[in-house]
Design a protein around this ligand. Sequence first.
Ligand code: 5RP
Length: 222
Amino acid sequence: MTQDELKTLVGQAALAYVTPGEIVGVGTGSTVNKFIDALATMKDQIPGAVSSSEASTARLKALGIPVLEAADVAELSVYIDGADEIDAQGNMVKGGGAALTREKIVAAQSKRFVCIADESKMVKALGAFPLPVEVIPMAAARIARQFVAMGAQAKLRLKDGAPLVTDNGQQILDVTGLQIADPLAFESEVNQWPGVVTVGVFAHQRAHVCLLGTPSGVKTLT
Ligand code: 5RP
């Protein structure tokens, strides 16, 4: 099976976690796109979705799924999103698609995080994938130096030769050379550096369920 087929498999499997009559939280990325396509088949059974990015909002709307503002919804029962890395405890690295801040916000207002991924995303310890950190531009150089002081390297993410601008008007640093032994402590520490908007470690908002696409089918980790 190709990676794309594995993503389709888990995107469809995630429909089992959508409760008819309830609003669903929707993440961002190529795996979530498969979920959004599957969600269109039950669009008449849900009031709509809360989206984590402009890209997902556009796809949801194009398929006729109403998109509600996060601020207008108190709590969601489920949030479905992909990951760049996930460990056995459900801690994740996210933000490969630059949507980490809104992803963390929607995850925080959801009772359950269902992570959908192909099995290549499963790791023993977080840190091999360059860690995305959304930063306020005036602080980017100083935050990069703070990572260097930790023995890591931080690169400003570019798009078409210019610094990428997130949906929130900020920038992304991609950090390599990290060993994230304690994801919860690491997330808490980096979060309080001035100018950090969101660090792409999702330990406080870890996944409660992970649907992993494997050649022999969908593996469910809880
Ligand atoms: C976007 C994300 C994505 O969930 C993550 O990058 C995985 O994407 P994909 O499903 O395309 O591999 O965090 O900010």
